[in-house]
Structures are given as structure tokens and as C-alpha cells.
Ligand binder design. Structure first.
Ligand code: ADP
Ligand code: ADP
Ligand code: MG
Length: 650
């Protein structure tokens, strides 16, 4: 086995590789860009080398820098992870030429599978069923249109150099073809520097089925069964599982054998994935599953295969790269139970899944399942790389139990102030079609708003419950020293009926509180009452620990809800009882309304912070004087930063 290994990647996959290397007694070398100097993969490795500026094109994609780092540290091998240089045959060759071990397939195999058209031609020759389509050299729009018409609509135009769901267009009719072709070519040129395309029949009710294959340098090739990655958003995988639902033994044998044949056809060494597209309209059957492409690397979703086979695929990669034979023969491998993986991303479903960058001030992930991550609480999601936060991986004896565990795990995720897709994932994992195992790649787009639902009454209720207690106790101050004084509650003092205006995630809502029996009821936004409550002599607030000084942050079903009460300014500010004004959350100072030495009255706005897309006035907690003012107009502040200090009038 090699003595040391440089990992030419970052994030969760770098951490994942380091974990196995360490267990095998291999010294690990991390590389990092300027944006990643303090990143978890750097903290986890035995040694770390800076390789350039934050953009990947100036660091993780610069082969010479990585080779220099290997030379300087005496690393014996390079593992490329996925993405970045992992499928770059020239880089693989330069690693080998430098006398190092390349943890991956031979450069010739990468090349053979690198372009989708050449790969398909090769697979046809090897007797692997391939999606019907046009792979020819004639790239004129007329010829492509004629071929598309001959195949029959709808068709898919695919960039031959494409990957990661980019450079693909579905076209439903001849009229739309020319425009779609032009736009596909533009994207292909921008992303891959190659505008050639192929045309494929668009498979109806498509399901994405892929097979994990592994080869060694002794001529052995095995498969580690299939995965189903049909739950996709814009051709990007969202939830993956192994095995595939509805796969019978005969179909599995046919598909997995085809995958092994495909790998053998390119003398494959190491971990690879053969991706197939299946027509799922009548369940899975061998005559309706076709080769789509091969990914010549470890795949993001490899953990579900590890879970059902009990193997460590990174260990397999390292052993094979060191020249050892595969750890198992085909007949030693079997499927145990069911595994699922959800990709937790720093992205905001409410803004069309735009990446959400910033500090992970709160990052709480379920404790009892496998989590592959490259960040810890307190780390920052930067705009430079793929915004994946973690992979949540569950394994159970049945598919039902795995789906239940996955939705529960996603619902427990707590991340703030960065927005995530956790709630969306939880709803996907609960969806009927997913539970039934019949979801196609079009399921998410078709489900639309059901999966995107972001306003939910439960978080509003929780915040209102707390607000109500505070409101009904006229003498209680949120800054009172005793928790009893804060949460103590006398119903008689309650001003009812009452209308409470609040904002949930920036959207104005209104709650009407009316006496109802021995308690009260709450109606939201003019609808029928949705909650009725009674208060006990001493209650405890649902949220949060006193003293509370900011908007209320509620985690529910994986979603982050920010509820604030703008008509009660003292609840929206970052003041504390002793007059120190701190930033209640990270943000930007958008206005400063006082100067040092000013006399201020209780409730007067001192400054305004913009955080989480909302403005918050920070106000004077009592009559006094602005003793210090450290905030700067336009300045970015971290949570808890001291902004000003108010002292009581002498
Ligand atoms: P594919 O969609 O090609 O079947 P994956 O879903 O495993 O395969 O990954 C999508 C593409 O984006 C791949 O090229 C992969 O290497 C890249 N990729 C995915 N996630 C990351 C990440 N966190 N960092 C770098 N590259 C990534
Ligand atoms: P990439 O290299 O970007 O991963 P793929 O060829 O693997 O490209 O296709 C990505 C996704 O696009 C598939 O997982 C599937 O959802 C969809 N897709 C690809 N080919 C077809 C097809 N012929 N018919 C229907 N959907 C397809
Ligand atoms: Mg693919």
C-alpha cells in the first residue's frame, strides 16, 4: 500500500477519502485554495498545501500546482475525488508521468468514455444496449433536425462533452429545434469548450438507473449492483438509493452484466459508474434500459452502494491503485437491505434554488445516521464551489423503513442563517410517488409547489404562542432577570381580542387572537381559527431561552422560519438589559441614526441592521446616553458584534 496520498479535491469528498486513508495508515496531504485555508478537509489532513486563489480555475483545476504540492510533500499517490480534475485524462497522464500513483482508471479509459458520442459508439460495438439516436460527424443544423425528426419527438440534444446535467435540451417539436440547438451549443461552448452535440430519443417516463463497477489491474471486473437516481431536479440528482425499487432478479442480472461488459470494453481499472436510462412506464425490464454514459470516477452517491454491500469503495480504490486485486469476487457480493442518500445543499428553494452563501452559524445534523460532510458549525459556505453542505445517508432493512428514516433525518436538519433544501428533501422523501418507488426524473418538476411550500402555519404558531405569553403579561419584560417573570402569565391582563401583525420569512401575516372558552383561539390571515389554547398558571415559553432579543428563528420540517414582530420594536432589536447593543445575527449596518454622546429615549432607533433580507431597527433599551458607537455605516458585522453602548442618565 502507498505510504502517502494527496487528495486533489475539497469538501466532503476530500474528508471522506482522508477518513479511509487514515484507517489504512496512509499519510494524507490536503490541498487548498485561499477560500479554504481553514476548511475541514485541511484541518483533517496530516499536511496541507496552499495551491492558489479561490476560483477553482486558479487552484483545484491547476494540475501543475497539484503536482508541485505532491512533489514538495513527497506524496506517493493522488486521489482526484469527483468533479475538478477527476475525469481529465491529461492530468491523469501527467500524474503517472511524474512517477506517482493515479487513483483512478487508465487515461485511455477516461478518454474512451469522455465524449458521449464516442462512448456510445464503443458501447454499441461491445453489444451494450444504447439509447437510440444520432452520433454522426455532420453537425449542421439541417442534418441534426432531419435526424431528430427521423428518431421521433420528443428528442434530447446533448453536448457530447457534457456533464453535471449541463448542455442538454429536450425538444418536443420541429419548430422548437433550431432555437434549442443554438442555446444548447452556447451552453456547451461556455461550459465545456466544445459545441458538438448528439441527438437521443427522449425516453418516456425516464428512470435513471446506474451500476457501480470496479476493475483491477489483474483483469477482474465486478459490479456492486445498481442505484436508482431518478429523483432529479433539472437533470441533477436530489435523492439516490440502492437497490432500485421494482428491479427483479432477471432485470438486475441483465443490467449489471451489461455494465460489466461496458467496463471490460474499455479495460476499466478502479471505480466507475455505468449510467442507464430506463423507460419506467411499465416497471423495469431489461429490454427497456439503455446505456447513457459512463462516469470514470467515484460518484457522489457511492455511499448507498457501500451501505448495502458493506464495502468501503475508497479502500477498494486505494488497493486497486496499489496494484492489489479486487478485495471481493462477484459471488462474495450481496445486497443487504436498502440505503438512501439525500444531498443537502446551501440553496434557497424560495428563490428558485439559488445558492445561499454565508456562515453556518447553526448547523445541526441528525446524529444517528451516516453524514458525509466537509463543514462544521461555524464554517462558511463560499460562492466559489458546489454549495453542497452534506450527504445524509440512511440504511434500513426495508425500503419503507429507509424512506421513513430519510424523511425524518431531513426534517431534523437545522441550518441558519444559510438557507438549505432540507425541507424540500423531507417533502420529496415523503411524496407518494417516491414512497411507491415509481418516481421518474420528471417527478419533481411535475410536483412543483407541493414540494416547495415554504409558508407553514406551525412555525408561526410556535412564535405566536411565545409572543402571546409575552404580550399578555403587561409587566413582564423580555429582559427581566427571572425566567418566571418572563414566562409567568396572567390571562386576565390579556388585551383581547387582539390583532398581531408579524412577518414570516419577510412575508406580512396577521393573527387574530380571540377569547375562546377558557382560553383563546388564533386565526391566521383572516382564515378560520387554526389553533386554540389555554394557559396554565405557570407556563414555559416554547422559545427561546431568556432574554430573547431578536426575531424568532424556528426550525420546522427542515425549513428555517424567521418570524418577527415589527410593531413591537423592542422585540426586533439586539438590545440587552445592560445597554450593550450587539448584532443579533450577521448582517450589514444600513443606517446609523444617532451619534456618540446623544441623549436617547427608550425605544428610539439607534441603528438599522440588514440581515436575512430584512431590516431590523436596534433600539435604546431605556432612556440614556449613547456612550460608545462602534458600528460603521455600511459595515458587515458578525453575530454578537458590539455595535453601541447606552448608559443610563445619571
Ligand atoms: P453525474 O450527474 O455526472 O451523473 P454526479 O451527480 O455524481 O454525477 O455529479 C455531478 C457532476 O458535478 C459531476 O461532474 C461531479 O463530478 C460534479 N460535482 C458534484 N458535486 C460536486 C462537488 N461537491 N464538488 C465538485 N464537483 C461536484
Ligand atoms: P450528464 O453527463 O450531465 O450527467 P447524462 O447523459 O448522464 O448527462 O444525463 C443526465 C440526466 O438527463 C439523466 O439522469 C436523465 O435524467 C436525463 N436523460 C438523459 N438522457 C435521457 C434520455 N434519452 N431520455 C430521457 N431523459 C434523459
Ligand atoms: Mg450523468
Amino acid at each position: 500500500m502507498m505510504k502517502s496520498l494527496l487528495i486533489a479535491n475539497r469538501g466532503e469528498i476530500a474528508c471522506r477519502i482522508i477518513r479511509t486513508a487514515r484507517r489504512l495508515g496512509i499519510e494524507t496531504v490536503a490541498v487548498y485554495s485561499a477560500a479554504d485555508a481553514g476548511a475541514l478537509h485541511v484541518r483533517s489532513a496530516d499536511r496541507a498545501v496552499a495551491i492558489g486563489a479561490a476560483p477553482a480555475s486558479e487552484s483545484y483545476l491547476v494540475g501543475e500546482r497539484i503536482l508541485a504540492a505532491a512533489r514538495d510533500t513527497g506524496a506517493a499517490a493522488i486521489h482526484p475525488g469527483y468533479g475538478f480534475l477527476s475525469e481529465n485524462a491529461d492530468f491523469a497522464q501527467s500524474v503517472i508521468d511524474a512517477g506517482l500513483i493515479w487513483v483512478g482508471p487508465r487515461p485511455a479509459s477516461i478518454r474512451a468514455m469522455g465524449l458521449k458520442d464516442a462512448a456510445k459508439a464503443r458501447m454499441i460495438a461491445a453489444g451494450v444496449p444504447v439509447t437510440p439516436g444520432y452520433l454522426g460527424d455532420d453537425q449542421s443544423a439541417d442534418r441534426l433536425l432531419a435526424e431528430a425528426s427521423a428518431i421521433g419527438w420528443p428528442v434530447l440534444i446533448k453536448a457530447v462533452a457534457g456533464g453535471g446535467g449541463k448542455g442538454m435540451r429536450r425538444v418536443d417539436s420541429a419548430d422548437a429545434f433550431v432555437n434549442a440547438l443554438a442555446s444548447c451549443r452556447r451552453e456547451a461552448t461556455a461550459s465545456f469548450g466544445d459545441d458538438r452535440v448528439l441527438i437521443e430519443k427522449y425516453i418516456p417516463s425516464p428512470r435513471h438507473i446506474e451500476v457501480q463497477v470496479f476493475g483491477d489491474t489483474h483483469g477482474n471486473v465486478v459490479h456492486l449492483f445498481e442505484r436508482d437516481c431518478s429523483l432529479q431536479r433539472r437533470h441533477q440528482k436530489v435523492i439516490e438509493e440502492a437497490p432500485a425499487p421494482g428491479m427483479d432478479a432477471a432485470t438486475r442480472a441483465a443490467v449489471c452484466d451489461a455494465a460489466v461488459r461496458a467496463a471490460r470494453a474499455v479495460d476499466y481499472v478502479g471505480a466507475g459508474t455505468i449510467e442507464f436510462i430506463a423507460d419506467g412506464s411499465q416497471g423495469l425490464s431489461a429490454d427497456r434500459i439503455w446505456f447513457m454514459e459512463m462516469n470514470t470516477r467515484l460518484q457522489v452517491e457511492h455511499p448507498v452502494t457501500e451501505a448495502i454491500t458493506g464495502q468501503d469503495l475508497v479502500e477498494w480504490q486505494l488497493r486497486v491503485a496499489a496494484g492489489e486485486p479486487l478485495p471481493c469476487r462477484q459471488e462474495d457480493l450481496a445486497i443487504d437491505g436498502w440505503a438512501m442518500e439525500a444531498r443537502l445543499y446551501a440553496e434557497d428553494p424560495a428563490t428558485g434554488f439559488l445558492p445561499s452563501t454565508g456562515p453556518l452559524t447553526r448547523l445541526r445534523l441528525p446524529a444517528d445516521i451516516r453524514i458525509d460532510t466537509g463543514v462544521e458549525q461555524g464554517d462558511v459556505v463560499t460562492p466559489f464551489y458546489d454549495p453542497m453542505i452534506a450527504k445524509l445517508i440512511v440504511h434500513a432493512s426495508t425500503r419503507e423503513a429507509a424512506a421513513e428514516a430519510l424523511s425524518a433525518a431531513c426534517a431534523q436538519v437545522e441550518v441558519a442563517p444559510v438557507r438549505t433544501n432540507a425541507g424540500f428533501l423531507a417533502r420529496c422523501a415523503r411524496a407518494d410517488a417516491f414512497r411507491a418507488g415509481t418516481a421518474t426524473t420528471g417527478f419533481i418538476a411535475a410536483a412543483g409547489d407541493d414540494l416547495l411550500r415554504t409558508t407553514d402555519d406551525a412555525p408561526a404558531m410556535a412564535a405566536l404562542g411565545w409572543r402571546l405569553e409575552e404580550m399578555m403579561e403587561p409587566d413582564a419584560s423580555p429582559w427581566a432577570p427571572s425566567p418566571d417573570a418572563l414566562f409567568g402569565f396572567r390571562l386576565n391582563h390579556a388585551p383581547m381580542p387582539a390583532r398581531i401583525a408579524f412577518r414570516q420569512n419577510g412575508t406580512a401575516r396577521v393573527a387574530d387572537v380571540r377569547p375562546d372558552g377558557a382560553g383563546w383561539s388564533i386565526a391566521l390571515d383572516g382564515q378560520a381559527p387554526v389553533m386554540r389554547g389555554e394557559t396554565l398558571p405557570t407556563t414555559h415559553g416554547l422559545l427561546p431561552a431568556a432574554p430573547w432579543t431578536g426575531p424568532i428563528q424556528i426550525f420546522a420540517d427542515g425549513d428555517l422560519h424567521i418570524v418577527d414582530f415589527p410593531n413591537r420594536p423592542e422585540l426586533a432589536g439586539g438590545t440587552t438589559v445592560n445597554g450593550t447593543i450587539r448584532a443579533p445575527m450577521p448582517g450589514r449596518i444600513v443606517s446609523i441614526d444617532v451619534a456618540e454622546g446623544d441623549t436617547v429615549t427608550k425605544g428610539q432607533t439607534l441603528l438599522v441592521l440588514e440581515a436575512m433580507k430584512m431590516e431590523q431597527a436596534l433600539i435604546a433599551p431605556f432612556d440614556g446616553i449613547v456612550a460608545t458607537l462602534t458600528a460603521e455605516q455600511g459595515g458587515q458585522v458578525v453575530e454578537g458584534a458590539m455595535l453601541a453602548e447606552v448608559t443610563r442618565d445619571a
